[in-house]
Design a protein around this ligand. Structure first.
Ligand code: GRF
Length: 223
């Protein structure tokens, strides 16, 4: 694509994934991706502070009845070629999800379809993974549909669950790969390397991504 991809990021927390997008794409002269706007679920969160530091326009979804039309309006404008839910904890109304079909993605800190769904966010995800005894976790990026953590999977990146892990050590290992995977997927979307088909499947234009992902994986060390 010739024009830049304008991305709106929705966040409820500290915004380290937003920071990864800023560092690797927004500030990079090689990438035609700009973070056009950051929307917070409440004022004062770290993600909004990070955006302000880089002069990225911000907004806060109003609470109550005004929230849905405000969000629908914000996500229908020119700043939302792609919408990234990067630690967004509020429900996206179904009408907004439908209007944003194929251009709204979410990052989840486990390997979906396991350890996802309503109530599975933040520390709870890693607690459940550690308690289950599974030996592999990771990060998943998927298109958003009307069901929590359910839409078509775009990319995943596994990490080991170690014998001595607690939810914090596992969260740090997963977060380190989230920070690599999310910019890679957003760049791939900007380059039109994948899209959501009419039937709800992810279709790749070139079979490049898995190989690229494993190359990156070999380079990453947990924080
Ligand atoms: C990440 O683990 C993401 O996968 C989840 O929420 C967390 C957000 O972290 N959806 P941050 O605000 O980007 O630091």
């Amino acid at each position: 694509m010739s024009e830049s991809l304008r991305v709106t990021v929705l966040a409820s927390g500290s915004g380290t994934n937003l920071q990864a997008l800023i560092d690797r794409l927004h500030l990079s002269s090689d990438s035609r991706v700009s973070i056009a706007r950051v929307i917070g679920s409440r004022p004062g969160i770290g993600a909004l502070e990070r955006a302000a530091r880089f002069d990225i326009p911000t907004g806060v979804q109003p609470s109550g009845e005004a929230g849905q039309p405000w969000l629908a309006e914000a996500l229908s404008g020119p700043d939302a070629d792609l919408i990234v839910l990067a630690g967004w904890l509020k429900l996206i109304p179904e009408a907004v999800v439908r209007a944003c079909r194929g251009r709204m993605i979410n990052i989840h800190p486990a390997l979906l379809p396991s350890f996802g769904g309503s109530g599975m966010y933040g520390r709870r995800v890693h607690e459940a993974v550690v308690a289950s005894g599974t030996r592999v976790s990771g990060a998943t990026i998927h298109f958003v549909d009307e069901i929590y953590d359910h839409g078509a999977i775009i990319a995943q990146w596994p990490v080991p669950v170690l014998e001595e892990d607690d939810p914090e050590t596992l969260a740090a290992r997963v977060l380190a790969v989230e920070h690599r995977l999310l910019p890679a997927v957003v760049q791939a979307f900007a380059d039109e390397k994948f899209a959501l088909s009419e039937s709800g499947r992810v279709v790749w234009a070139h079979p490049w991504f898995p190989a690229d992902m494993f190359t990156m994986q070999a380079q990453v060390k947990p924080d």
